[in-house]
Design a protein around this ligand. Structure first.
Ligand code: FE2
Length: 406
């Protein structure tokens, strides 16, 4: 999704004969926006159409999920720390908030899976909260580590796999698209020199996926496909990801949040400064440890703590990962705050003043701003700290690392 690449064996041109061991390989074009957008071309030993049954599947809480009936405009705090769902990377996935552009889920898989998943509704952008492992995809194997973003293009068969402790991941399902912001690309598609990341920061699969019975089980092989919030299971007689090579511009990438190069100013810059990915009517931003605003002239100093704001066009969620969150009462690593459009929010009382003179913040957080209202699912609602809305009232608060509060 970043630039053209190739992996494995491919013929000299698309749409020509290409054999392996005397057998004609099956070319498969993975195209976007019909045939107008970016694409990749893969070569399969066994055609990916080789399937012999389709079954219905429902995973309540993921697909379908249950919207909350009534949602008053509270500032909300969702405690993902309390999620205790068992299952593989699909059974354990739970949608917390959603709108027609993006679903935001958490998945803490407890079981390995032999099934693969293809999301026909949009891109899956993972943020690895805990753990290491690998995404096994039709474009190859993409290892991940803690604090990685992993962007899986729409319609890519993949599974999440790991060897050590169970991982925990936040997932943005972008219904239209998810990409790096277009303003960070030059006319040639290269990432510009003034972007907060560079081409070198993005990792792509380096090895093709190879089948092993111990790892992937026996036939029938299951590929779960999501489209229009309906899951179907496609049963294959042969391992469906039997690729000898591919080339193109569509493939999964990984990017570690610590490779994000933060920007700071003489006075406070708005959160959009931290943009990392853009989707259809939403953005994902990265807040990483950094120096903070430094204006200091004639006794007038920058206030590093963000100003209060009522972002009247956008809902905002913040996933708190690491650092000191004492500026937000009750917030801990793994918490998600939801601040709805039109309702003022900002630092808790006391933290604004205490931030003056600070020169660093250690916060690590992921933010998502959306134009359409983010609605809660009943699962997300059950995880809520119901007192959060009123925690701005009255008593003093604040800690040594206050500048990070959004
Ligand atoms: Fe905010």
């Amino acid at each position: 999704m970043i630039t053209y690449m190739r992996l494995g064996k491919i013929p000299p041109k698309p749409h020509v004969t290409f054999y392996e061991d005397g057998k004609l390989l099956m070319e498969q074009c993975h195209t976007r926006e019909g045939f107008e957008g970016s694409y990749s071309i893969l070569y399969f030993k066994t055609p990916p159409t080789d399937e012999n049954a389709v079954e219905r599947l429902a995973i309540p809480g993921f697909c379908p999920f249950e919207p909350l009936n009534e949602q008053l405009l509270y500032r909300r705090h969702i405690k993902t720390q309390n999620i205790a769902v068992k299952g593989d990377f699909l059974d354990a996935r739970r949608v917390l908030v959603f709108n027609s552009d993006v679903n935001i889920s958490m998945v803490k898989p407890t079981e390995k899976s032999t099934r693969f998943f293809s999301n026909g509704d949009g891109e899956d952008l993972y943020f690895v909260y805990k753990g290491t492992g690998r995404f096994e995809t039709q474009f190859g194997v993409l290892p991940f580590r803690e604090r990685d973003y992993v962007l899986i293009p729409r319609g890519t068969p993949y599974r999440l796999h790991w060897d050590g402790p169970n991982p925990e991941l936040l997932v943005f399902e972008g219904r239209g698209f998810i990409d790096i912001p277009k303003e960070f690309r030059n006319r040639a598609g290269q990432i510009t020199d003034y972007a907060p990341f560079c081409n070198r920061d993005f990792r792509a699969p380096e090895t093709l996926l190879t089948y092993s019975e111990a790892n992937h089980g026996k036939a029938p092989f299951k590929l779960v496909v999501k489209r229009e919030d309906q899951l179907t299971v496609h049963l294959h007689k042969h391992f469906p990801i039997d690729v000898v090579g591919w080339d193109g511009s569509v493939y999964p990438v990984a990017f570690n949040i610590h490779d994000y190069t933060p920007r700071m100013g003489a006075v406070h810059l708005p959160p959009t400064t931290h943009i990392t990915f853009a989707g259809n009517a939403f953005v994902v931003c990265s807040f990483v440890p950094r120096k903070v605003d430094y204006y200091d002239r004639d006794g007038v100093k920058a206030i590093p703590c963000p100003y209060g704001h009522a972002s009247v066009h956008m809902d905002e969620i913040l996933f708190y990962v690491d650092g000191n969150f004492t500026s937000r009462r009750g917030i801990e690593s793994g918490s998600i705050s939801l601040h709805p459009a039109g309702i003022p929010h900002g630092p808790h009382p006391g933290t604004y003043e205490k931030s003056i003179g600070h020169d660093r913040t250690s916060e690590l957080a992921v933010m998502c701003d959306t134009y359409k209202q983010l609605k809660l699912t009943t699962f997300g609602h059950d995880l809520e700290d119901k007192d959060y809305h009123l925690t701005w009232v009255a008593r003093e608060s604040g800690g040594a690392d206050a500048p990070g509060a959004r």
